[in-house]
Design a protein around this ligand. Structure first.
Ligand code: SF4
Ligand code: F3S
Ligand code: FES
Length: 247
């Protein structure tokens, strides 16, 4: 056995810590060193720290499989899902911080749910069924595989908030609906079972907190952990809005 090749790497996680619920808490960086294990994710590393070094460390997770979207955080300045990030793909010294934009609960834990709910209510991100869909015998009408695939591609959003955390416009205005909002508009606009027409959809995002606030920075597209086709959808929405405003 070659002891040299089997030597495990020591890694250091420097974590931005703060508890806004504690009046005496001040934002500070805290370093934790640990031994890297085979197949270790950031989620596993954080759990190890919480179990063996510091039980007070706050961070979120539910599924550990990139499905619930709750473990998003800034990893060396880039939003990522902790449960889908292998420590071997990171340098030995890594800095973790909570997602910006969302309300801080404590340390790496932020409240994405409240903002997502507000955005969803504002954009009415649910199916507004046509009357004929009230007839249950017709609700299973055939849909082309390509269209079903296009809708499914957008339905894979896990509302992690990475796209909003990476977006320059969102950092300047809290009411910006972000790429997650554009993706949802695009998803229901594509759905032939939804009775809303183009005008009804575009009214929801037809100002600076919507499409006209987007500066095409495309960081959202780069960081989306589910690889949603955000660039294509945003480009389409912008063209469509420009067309409707000129008409
Ligand atoms: Fe996360 Fe992507 Fe959905 Fe944005 S669009 S919330 S980055 S899954
Ligand atoms: Fe922001 Fe993406 Fe537009 S990063 S500015 S929503 S292209
Ligand atoms: Fe669910 Fe990471 S724990 S996405």
């Amino acid at each position: 056995m070659n002891a040299k090749t089997n030597a495990r790497r020591r890694i250091t996680l420097t974590i931005l810590r703060h508890n806004p619920q504690d009046a005496n808490s001040k934002p500070r960086l805290q370093r934790y060193a640990l031994e890297e294990a085979e197949g270790m994710t950031l989620f596993i590393a954080l759990n190890e720290i919480r179990e063996h070094q510091d039980a007070s460390l706050q961070f979120d997770f539910v599924c550990r499989a990139g499905i619930c979207g709750s473990c998003a955080m800034m990893v060396n300045g880039r939003p990522r899902l902790a449960c889908r990030t292998l420590t071997r793909d990171l340098p030995a010294e890594t800095t973790l911080a909570p997602l910006p934009f969302f309300a801080l609960i404590g340390d790496l834990s932020v409240d994405t749910g409240k903002w997502m709910r507000g955005m969803s209510e504002r954009l009415e991100t649910w199916l507004h069924a046509r009357e004929r869909e009230a007839d249950l015998s017709r609700i299973e009408e055939r849909m082309s595989p390509d269209l079903a695939e296009a809708i499914y591609a957008l339905d894979r959003c896990v509302e992690c908030g990475c796209c909003v955390a990476a977006c320059g416009t969102a950092q300047m205005r809290q009411d910006f609906v972000g790429a997650v909002g554009f993706g949802k508009i695009a998803r229901f606009r594509l759905d032939p079972r939804d009775r809303r027409d183009d005008a009804a959809f575009y009214e929801l995002i037809g100002d600076d907190s919507g499409v006209f606030g987007c500066m095409s920075l495309l960081a959202c597209h780069d960081v989306c952990p589910k690889s949603l086709p955000l660039e294509t959808q945003i480009a389409f929405l912008r063209r469509k809005m420009a067309f409707l405003s000129a008409a």
